[in-house]
Design a protein around this ligand. Structure first.
Ligand SMILES: Nc1ncnc2c1ncn2[C@@H]1O[C@H](COP(=O)(O)OP(=O)(O)OP(=O)(O)O)[C@@H](O)[C@H]1O
Ligand SMILES: [Mg+2]
Length: 414
């Protein structure tokens, strides 16, 4: 099969541009994608189109073109640079090569020499290293007990990450993430699984329901029947496809340790383990932590988030941390009216009511996972509430949650 090569041409003279385009038209598989005489306009085209090669034709003073060659070689290493000039002095050839050009073409074009330059460019393109694939982070927002607010937190954390993010509804039988985002998705994970072997960027885009510039949804199947065809290895493949094209993949899985959920949790970089401060939820969280230990998940992958927190009625967070042997990474106050309003609006709270207290708490949780935020110093989300407590060491002892122990705590708090 003929190798396809694409070109962009920078040339100050129209004649030279035509000459180069004419020479390329003699080569099977060559395509000229764009051309121009202004380096400032041509450069973004190179970044956008990612051609196989750019031909830079020198004018009477080559300094500007040499700077352009340096810039392309530095910032677009996948694109080969060919310099073309009527001045073929050894000085200019050397300066071109030093600036990063792979080939030097003398003008006017000599057909034999052009063929050689073209062949050598094709060889470079055939062996050039693949651009490293993106590897977005996968965050699962999990609770082994229903109704703790995982869908609410997943939606808001995803919306607050501030980078291309896809939310994945892994409640395959009865997912309701579309409602939380005010979307009626046409397609779902079922279609993506069905076509996973031929998926490209545009096909993937058609399966995702866009919510905002940075957030889209991969919905649960509309028909519960099609969920039966989805196997754990499909989940693995789907998450790979998504993380190659997004900065973050946020998963809202079921509340059980079924094979689909385990496939997702295995592949997650971070698990936000959500609980409310009641005895059944604390027990269930303790069991989930034991299961994670047995599965060999490192503890740094698990982040405990307390939802529906209320200072008046809840247990002392410190005691809960001692029971769980894990620190609480973030908490969200109980505010039913605000939470339900945003859900009924079909908008993440961080967008519909960004000034509310729980929106701030949700943003603080998201900030701990956002790469940009990690590069900047992060203020501790919990400092306001718990002061110096969070500066102490991680609790060492693991205690079993018993009703008695919790009641003791409740009376201590009360
Ligand atoms: N911080 C909060 N304060 C008050 N109410 C909340 C809070 N977070 C969530 N809720 C409410 O809790 C209910 C359950 O939330 P959500 O559907 O997110 O939970 P879930 O864990 O995903 O439940 P499911 O078992 O259905 O998957 C919703 O009505 C939501 O409004
Ligand atoms: Mg849910």
């Amino acid at each position: 099969m003929t190798q396809q090569l694409s070109f962009v041409i920078l040339s100050t003279g129209l004649e030279t541009f035509r000459e180069l385009r004419g020479a390329l038209s003699t080569q099977e598989g060559a395509r000229v994608l764009a051309g121009g005489d202004d380096a400032e306009q041509v450069f973004p085209e190179i970044e956008r189109l990612r051609p196989s090669a750019v031909i830079v034709a020198f004018g009477s003073t080559p300094e500007n073109e040499l700077r352009f060659v340096e810039r392309v070689a530095r910032e677009c290493p996948q694109t080969a640079v060919i310099c073309a000039s009527r001045d073929s002095s050894s000085d200019l050839i050397l300066r071109s090569l030093r600036a990063g050009a792979r080939e030097f073409l003398r003008l006017p074009v000599n057909a034999e020499e052009f063929k050689t330059v073209y062949r050598r460019t094709a060889e470079f393109c055939a062996v050039r290293p693949e651009a490293p694939k993106k590897r977005g982070r996968v965050l699962a927002v999990f609770s082994s007990k229903g109704g703790t607010g995982t869908t609410f937190i997943a939606t808001n954390v995803a919306a607050a990450l501030g980078a291309p993010t896809v939310l994945v509804d892994l409640n395959l039988q009865a997912g309701d993430l579309g409602l939380f985002l005010g979307l009626e998705p046409k397609f779902s994970i079922a279609e993506l699984v069905e076509n996973r072997d031929r998926v490209d960027d545009s096909l993937l885009r058609s399966y995702l329901a866009p919510h905002s510039a940075n957030l889209s949804l991969l919905a649960a199947p509309r028909e519960a029947d099609s969920a039966d065809d989805i196997e754990p290895e499909h989940v693995f493949q789907v998450l790979e496809i998504l993380r190659e094209r997004h900065e973050y993949v946020v998963i809202d899985p079921q509340h059980t340790f079924d094979a689909i959920t385990l496939a997702a949790l295995d592949q997650s970089d971070e698990i936000l383990l959500v609980l409310t401060l009641d005895i059944p939820a604390i027990r269930s969280t303790q069991r989930a932590l034991q299961i994670f230990d047995r599965l060999g998940y490192p503890r740094h992958k698990i982040h405990i988030v307390v939802n529906r927190f209320s200072k008046q009625i809840d247990l002392d967070l410190r005691q809960v941390e001692r029971y769980l042997g894990e620190r609480v990474m973030g908490y969200v106050q109980s505010d039913y009216k605000t939470a339900v309003n945003s859900i009924n609006l079909g908008q993440p709270l961080v967008a519909s009511d960004p000034a509310s207290r729980i929106a701030t708490e949700l943003r603080q949780i998201a900030a701990r996972f956002s790469r940009a935020a990690q590069e900047a110093p992060v203020t501790d989300a919990r400092r306001g509430l718990l002061g110096s407590f969070f500066r102490r060491d991680k609790p060492a002892a693991k205690e079993t949650v018993t009703k008695e122990a919790v009641s003791d705590q409740l009376s201590a708090v009360g």
